[in-house]
Each structure stands twice: as C-alpha cells, then as structure tokens.
Design a protein around this ligand. Structure first.
Ligand SMILES: C[S@@+](CC[C@H](N)C(=O)[O-])C[C@H]1O[C@@H](n2cnc3c(N)ncnc32)[C@H](O)[C@@H]1O
Length: 492
C-alpha cells in the first residue's frame, strides 16, 4: 500500500502513472510477485481519486501533507470496493503510515490520525457517500473526473456522457489482435480454449480475454501470432484501404501498433507496397522497431547509414519500410518529393478515449490542452496534405472523444481545402452486424462489444482541383474563368 501511495503521490505531482510505478518498484526493490498488486492498487486509486479526496476533505477538515494524504486516498479507495477484510485494509494503511514517517514521533501521531479517519469512514460510510452523491447530482458532475472534462463531454455527447464516464472508470480488458496473415480468430479462439483461457471475439480480428494475464502467458504472443490492441484501434489499418503499388506514409507511427497491423494486412493480401513510418520521438520510434520484430518481421538494412530498412516476413516477399525520426509538421526536412497514395495520420491528442487504460490522463490534462492540440492537429493536416497524390487518401485518427480535436478540426480543414472531400466510413464489429457508419466511436464495454473511444475521418484528394482556399475558389472560377476546368487554372 505504501508503494502504491508513493506512485499516486508522484502522479499527482505530474508524473505518468506507468513511469511512477516503474520508479517505485525499482527503488523499493519489491519482490516480483508484489508488482501486480501494487500496480492494481495504484491504478484503482487513480480511478477513484476524486471520490477519495472528497471523503478525506469531509472527514479531516484540515490540510494533510501529501505523503499521508496519498496513503489515506489509497486506503479509502480500497475501503470503497473492498476485496480484503476491512480491518486488514485499515491495519495495512496504518503500517504504511508508520513505515514512511520520518521519525518515531511523527509515526505515532500520523498513524493515530490515519486510524481514526479510516475507522470514522467505516462508521459514517453511508452518510458520507450519500452527501457526495447528492452534491454531484446537484452540479451534474462526477467527483472522479475534473469538472471541465465532464462539461466538455456533456456539451459534445449530451445523450451519452454518463455511460462514457462509467466506461472510463472501469478496469480495461486485455484485447488482442489476431495476425490474419498467420491464423484466423476462430482458430486462435480454439488455441485459447485449449489453454483454458476464456475469450470472446469483439471485432473482425479482435479477441477480448475474460481475465487479464501477463503477455508471456498468451499463446503465440512471442511469435507475433497476436498483438495487444484495443478493438477500436483495429479499424485504422483496414480503413486506410491500401492497394498493391501504393506508397504509404504512417506519419505518427510510434509505438507501432498500427504499423504492424498494416504489415500483417499487406502480408495477408500479398499487397506490394512501400511504407514510410515516421515519428518525431527517436525513443518511441525504437518501440516501433521492437514491435515490428516481435511480430515476426525481420528488420534488414544499415539504418545508421541512412539507408532504408526492409521488413521481411518469414514466409513472403519483402516490404520496403523506411523508418524515420522526423517531424511530420516539416516535410521539407525529410520528404523526397514522391507523393503518397495513402497517409495514416494518427495524431497526438488528449487521449481522452483511452482513459480507462490510462486513468491518470484526466488528472494530468488541462482544459487549455484542447486548443493547443487542435492547433497541432490542424498543422499536421496542413503539412501532410500536399504530400498526397491526386486521388490519394488520408485517414485522420485520434483516440479522443472531444469534438474540438475531431469533427471541429476535420470540418474546418475540409471547408478550407478545395481539393479535399470527406468519404463515408463503415465498419462491422462482428460478421453478424450490418456495417455501421463510423466517425466518432464512443467507448463501450458490453459482453459482446468492447472498445475504447476513437475518431476516424477519411479524406480524399481530388484529381482536378488545385490546392486553393475554398472561399476563394468559387468567385475566381465563376468570374474570370467561366467554362474552364478548375484543374487547368493553375491556382495554388
Ligand atoms: C497517438 S500516438 C501514435 C500511435 C501509433 N500510431 C500506434 O498505433 O501505435 C502519436 C504519436 O505521434 C508522434 N508525434 C507527435 N508529433 C509529431 C510530429 N510533429 N511528427 C511526427 N510524429 C509526431 C508522437 O511521438 C506519438 O508517438
């Protein structure tokens, strides 16, 4: 409990939770079998942090130093949804307070205080929680989410925001993507059953395990038979619609989940393409290489000398893949001038759609990030659009559920870009479902349907119309060049 509380305290000070946990587990040299319980406790504390804070404020009525508050928050979350006897949780919290105090005097006074607070919560639990629920209902908010976050959701998704928050507070499932160049979901479900692992299909290639487990225990994981990827993220590679002969840009590639999915689809369809995978962050690009290799593709070529790498699958022809650490916002520094037929722009975003997997996001993001990120997303669209061949397509993706980063960015870009039109997208999560229209996918967690929140928009570059401001295009064409094909105007 003490280790989980330190990770929570570091997250509250601005650290990413996975980073804080790695540091704590490393510094404290805890035995390996305690890592998973520490992680679980830290993650559930972050999910219910707002409730724990509100309870502590009600009960303590005085400021509390951050290390003690973090232990009390952790213990209160455990008491809210207990998986162990209540008395053991209180005893562990008191022991954690004693163990982390600076001196015996502080240990005695803080341990007594912690004991009194937690026992009072157990006595007054119903009153305390009822008061909290009434306050939240009156303000149409939820203590476990920042108020600006709830306000954005209520504005953007008035009919769905309570369910979206509910899914965001749940523990995420472990979802796999089956490599369709090696096996089928039905065959892989059979493999799982033979290993006694219960699972259900939640997408054309997506299988959700009924219980989480270390990846080392997943059959075929090390051979790349399956990769870990949410069912909502699995739409990107197929929706890009790559065909033989295409030149493809994966513009924000790291850590490479969608890059590997593309390579698997190329392999399965014998699609001969050329792929450029780009990320501005060299360390994160290394994770793309690691993922590509783990999935059974061999990297060949002297990248350090600047020559292209080649990813070659065990059984098939080579797929030339060039991996570049470069800024997509500035193609002049890396683009060779040859147009792309397909661009996947998986843009940096608030990640508000994947908050059940990264619960700290809600506490680390600020409302002002929305405008900053929307400007970056628009900048990336503006920078990459000229790299697209006429007739080429760009798939804009975010793992956000905020309109500001999705419909608003794409809508403004389409309106301002003469040679751009948005195409309809459709998807069936299971073969039994009729194809449904896809744009903003809201997170959902039901027995048969389970995915995070994503946004997809497919934009096609017209053949004929040169790149001009749409607002300028119509009057210029009507007045000066009536009858001339817009493509012959040479406007740019
Ligand atoms: C949402 S993640 C991409 C996830 C990835 N497509 C996948 O499926 O695993 C966004 C990525 O964009 C990268 N990025 C942000 N700004 C960039 C830029 N200007 N140029 C290239 N990459 C950028 C980040 O480093 C980050 O790895």
């Amino acid at each position: 409990m003490a280790a989980a509380a330190v990770a929570l305290e570091r997250m509250e000070a601005g650290a990413r939770l996975p980073d804080a946990l790695v540091q704590v587990l490393d510094q404290w040299a805890l035995p390996t079998d305690s890592h998973a319980p520490v992680r679980d406790m830290a993650y559930s504390s972050v999910r219910r942090l707002g409730t724990a804070r509100a309870i502590l404020t009600q009960l303590a009525q005085r400021p509390i130093a951050a290390p003690l508050a973090a232990i009390l928050h952790t213990a209160l979350v455990q008491l809210l949804d207990p998986v162990r006897p209540l008395a053991i949780i209180v005893d562990q919290a008191v022991a954690a307070v004693r163990g982390t105090a600076r001196n015996p005097r502080q240990a005695a006074s803080e341990a007594g205080f912690a004991n009194a607070i937690l026992r009072r919560f157990l006595r007054e639990r119903e009153t305390c929680l009822t008061a909290l629920q009434q306050a939240s209902a009156a303000r149409q908010t939820d203590p476990d989410w920042p108020s600006w976050w709830v306000a954005e959701l209520r504005k953007d998704h008035p009919g769905h925001w309570p369910e979206v928050l509910g899914v965001g507070t749940q523990t995420p499932p472990l979802t796999l993507r089956v490599d369709c160049s090696q096996t089928t979901p039905a065959a892989y479900l059979g493999v799982l059953a033979a290993h006694g692992i219960a699972a259900v299909q939640v997408g054309p290639q997506a299988i959700r395990l009924e219980r989480g487990c270390p990846v080392a225990m997943i059959p075929g994981f090390d051979q790349g038979l399956v990769s870990v990827q949410d069912a909502g993220a699995q739409l990107a590679a197929p929706l890009l619609g790559v065909e033989s002969g295409h030149r493809v840009l994966d513009a924000c590639a790291a850590p490479g989940g969608k890059t590997v999915h593309l390579l698997e689809l190329f392999e399965a369809g014998r699609t001969e393409v050329e792929l450029v995978a780009l990320d501005v962050d060299e360390q994160r690009l290394q994770r793309v290489r690691d993922n590509v290799e783990r999935s059974g593709f061999a990297l060949v070529g002297a990248e350090r000398l600047g020559t292209p790498q080649v990813a070659r699958k065990r059984r098939s022809t080579a797929v030339p893949v060039r991996m570049l650490t470069a800024d997509a916002m500035h193609p002049e520094s890396w683009w060779d001038g040859r147009a792309f037929d397909r661009i996947l722009l998986d843009a940096p975003c608030t990640a508000s759609g994947i908050v059940r997997r990264h619960p700290e996001i809600r506490w680390l993001r600020r409302r002002g990030d929305l405008a900053t990120l929307a400007a970056t997303q628009r900048g990336l669209l503006d920078a990459l659009w000229p790299l697209l061949a006429p007739g080429g397509r760009l798939l804009y993706v975010t793992c956000s559920i905020f309109r500001t980063e999705n419909e608003a960015v794409v809508g403004a870009f389409v309106d301002a870009t003469a040679d751009c039109r948005r195409l309809a997208l459709h998807w069936s999560f299971t073969p039994a479902d009729a194809p449904e229209s896809v744009a903003q996918l809201l997170p959902v967690a039901s027995p048969t349907r389970d995915h995070d929140g994503f946004f997809y928009a497919l934009l096609e570059r017209d053949f004929a119309i040169p790149r001009v401001q749409k607002t300028l295009c119509a009057p210029v064409v009507d007045r000066t060049f009536a009858g001339a094909g817009a493509g012959m105007l040479g406007l740019d």
